[in-house]
Design a protein around this ligand. Structure first.
Ligand SMILES: Nc1ncnc2c1ncn2[C@@H]1O[C@H](COP(=O)(O)OP(=O)(O)OP(=O)(O)O)[C@@H](O)[C@H]1O
Ligand SMILES: [Mg+2]
Length: 245
């Protein structure tokens, strides 16, 4: 079997000390294989952002191990860690984080510029990425000339232009209305169908309902990790049962 994109074992994260100690993660183990499409759900305070920051190599666990594309992240010095992060992970954030007054295509090119790709090649790859998210005709538009859903799709193009091993999204539809949410989720579905590995942290049941795999966090622990069929629909009567609780 090929090596997993990410593998964490028995992660704990403790913030603060003494009276103020918070156990944000209490022994999380998780393996994500290439091509997986995962939603991580949980209520506020359950540890989602804490886990996302560790998976994104933006923070370190208190205990436990993390292998990203086979590399033990805890053994990397800061500079190597930043390089691994840039090479292996494409981030998508709730607030899009595009550079203002800069065209969509220039935004998408940015990670390639950091990677030292030559301008012509950069432009070609950025336009191809915009094509993938359905925005080739908006390449010259600046963020304030795009809808929220379009801005987020530009952000997705920027995340995938470097061909990272993992697309990691933190509440990617949190700032979007239902129509734009649908557009962005369709892009994720399409990327998944094309073989990308995607992990989405989300509050929204709509998002969790359409990934291949759903992980639920409660109070810093994984309480559910289920595989779903692509068009996952609850059985007849399931909603009535849930509402009764
Ligand atoms: N820097 C920090 N210092 C101390 N405690 C923290 C810190 N960051 C998070 N926590 C605590 O850790 C727990 C998990 O927080 P986390 O932000 O991971 O939750 P979350 O699931 O992302 O919540 P939300 O849905 O509200 O974003 C919470 O009890 C929170 O108060
Ligand atoms: Mg959070």
């Amino acid at each position: 079997m090929s090596r997993p994109v990410l593998k964490v074992q028995d992660l704990t994260k403790i913030y603060g000390e003494g009276e103020a100690t918070v156990h944000a993660l209490r022994g999380v183990s998780l393996t994500v294989e290439r091509g997986d499409y995962v939603a991580i759900m949980g209520s506020s305070g359950s540890g989602k952002s804490t886990l996302m920051n560790i998976l994104g190599a933006l923070d370190v666990p208190t205990h436990g191990t993390y292998h990203l594309d086979g590399v033990d992240v805890s053994k990397l010095a800061d500079r190597q860690l930043a390089l691994a992060r840039n090479r292996l992970i494409g981030f998508i954030f709730q607030a899009f984080n595009l550079i203002p007054r800069t065209s969509a295509v220039a935004n998408v090119e940015l990670p390639l510029a950091y990677a030292g790709v030559k301008p012509k090649e950069r432009r070609r790859r950025a336009l191809a990425a915009l094509e993938v998210v359905g925005l080739a005709d908006r390449a010259k538009h600046e963020p304030n000339q795009l809808s929220g859903g379009q801005q987020q799709r530009v952000a997705v193009a920027r995340a995938l232009v470097t061909e990272p091993a993992l697309l990691l999204a933190d509440e990617p539809t949190g700032n979007l209305d239902s129509h734009s949410t649908e557009d962005v989720l369709n892009v994720f579905d399409q990327l998944s169908a094309a073989g990308r590995t995607i992990v989405i942290i989300t509050h929204e049941p709509d998002v969790g309902a359409r990934t291949k795999r759903l992980i639920r966090l409660v109070d810093g622990r994984i309480v559910e990790d289920t595989r779903q069929s692509p068009l996952h629909l609850p059985p007849v009567g399931a909603f009535a049962g849930r509402h009764a609780v």
